[in-house]
Design a protein around this ligand. Structure first.
Ligand code: V47
Length: 411
């Protein structure tokens, strides 16, 4: 029998999955990124300087491997090769917003001919009209800061959604919106969250975080809550039993140091309250807004953000590639850079589309499953809390309806 050139038995004994074995081969003892590989395998926490050294490397494939190893070290047992997605539907009930973020193309003034504010019945009717509603698992609800979109409005909306679609989780209202609603009602964040939870709210999305750096915030969103306040509201939500996500909107002129500081602030918050489910690195789009397009992220930077966030956020269960922002192709490559979630079908996204993203208005299950399988991963359909709805392994192939539009038949 021929002897293998490399002795896989000993290598796989030391590293129980192939990417660590590949990293061992690629990141030889002299490779500048080798110390971080050792740390990841030893489950040691990376420092800010470690993260920056990785950021400043141009060895993109080595960075990707580090992210992939970290992802596998941290995966739930049995999910080392899984990529999660959810059948979700976005609801943006108003685009009227009092805030002044320079990068937002979605917001409109109350008097604008393009301003809208949806009655709750329209929200419910639209979902009834959506053919795939029986297999939806998550509503993602965010909107402008508008006085008529107040506590009573959202409480009524959440109750109506729970009644009409009890099988769908409600993930709604960013920390910035919670703060705005509390202010217009003259009550505390806790009182606000209590009413919303009693009405059916189950999770907070990760929006409104932008970049925590006070320097950048002063330039691009001076009227928005600070990074500390954003973290405080998420910490409170965790203590009240809600799960939440966290984002970082890059491409606003922030430095790599400020990106890493953003991640470390989130890691510290997670150490304290532990309720974050996923981190979502986003990139800015510049059409119809005042953000500076010279700061636009390149593919290299987006992929580095995936890997570095997976490496720094050692206490976050998941890193998500929001394909609406990242594009389907970079998101797919990201699945080998530490990402283990592609968000979902994302029916009816408006915020990034208003700012010029060229991605589709929703992907079908067939398209999502294909994208994940082509990367050599197993698609796992989930709800908002990462409960497994269905594993889309090869046996599920026959069930994929050939429809272009997502429909009831896919399940
Ligand atoms: O917070 C605003 C961003 C975010 C622009 O929690 C822009 O599961 C790009 O939070 N170009 C909303 N982005 C998106 C978001 C999100 C997405 C997916 C999943 C989850 C989750 C949350 O969109 C805003 C803001 O940072 N945004 N303007 C723009 N011009």
């Amino acid at each position: 029998m021929m002897r293998p050139l490399i002795q896989p038995a000993s290598a796989t004994d030391a590293f129980p999955f192939s990417s660590a074995f590949e990293a061992e081969m690629m990141l030889g003892k002299q490779h500048p990124l080798r110390p971080y590989f050792e740390k990841v395998i030893a489950k040691e926490r990376l420092t800010q300087d470690d993260a920056l050294a990785i950021y400043h490397s141009t060895d993109l494939l080595a960075i990707g491997l580090l992210g992939d190893v970290a992802r596998k070290v941290r995966a739930t047992q049995g999910h080392e090769n899984s990529v999660w997605w959810v059948h979700n539907y976005h609801i943006n009930p108003t685009n009227i917003c009092e805030d002044t973020c320079t990068f937002c193309s979605f917001k409109k003034g109350e008097q604008s001919p393009h301003a809208y504010f949806w009655p709750i019945q329209k929200v419910i009717d639209d979902i009834h009209a959506y053919e795939g509603n029986e297999t939806l698992r998550e509503f993602h609800i965010v909107a402008g800061h508008y006085k008529k979109a107040n506590l009573a409005y959202y409480a009524e909306m959440f109750k109506a959604l729970r009644k009409a679609f009890p099988w769908v989780n409600i993930k709604g209202l960013t920390a910035a919106e919670i703060d705005y609603i509390a202010k217009i009602e003259g009550i505390t964040w806790e009182e606000t969250l209590k009413v919303l939870i009693d009405s059916g709210l189950q999770a907070l999305p990760g929006g409104g975080a932008e970049v925590f750096s006070p320097r950048v915030r002063a330039l691009v969103c001076p009227d928005k809550i600070s990074g500390e306040t954003w973290c405080d509201i998420h910490g409170l939500a965790h203590k009240m039993g809600l799960k939440t996500n966290a984002t970082m909107l890059a491409g606003l002129g922030e430095t790599p140091e400020e990106r890493v500081q953003h991640m470390i602030a989130l890691r510290e918050q997670q150490d304290k309250t532990g309720g974050f489910l996923s981190f979502i690195p986003l990139n800015c789009y510049y059409e119809k807004n005042k953000a500076d397009a010279q700061h636009a992220l390149t593919g290299f930077e987006n992929l580095k953000n995936f890997a570095v966030s997976r490496l720094v956020l050692d206490n976050f269960p998941h890193i998500k590639a929001f394909w609406i922002h990242m594009g389907e192709k970079i998101s797919q490559v990201g699945l080998h850079f530490g990402v283990d979630d592609v968000d979902g079908t994302v029916i009816q996204e408006k915020i990034a589309h208003a700012a010029g993203t060229q991605t589709a208005q929703g992907l079908t299950v067939r398209q999502l499953v294909h994208l994940i399988r082509q990367a050599g991963k197993t698609p796992v359909e989930r709800d908002a809390f990462y409960n497994v709805v269905k594993v889309w392994d090869e046996t599920a192939q026959a069930e994929l309806a050939p429809a272009v539009v997502l429909n009831k038949a896919y399940h």
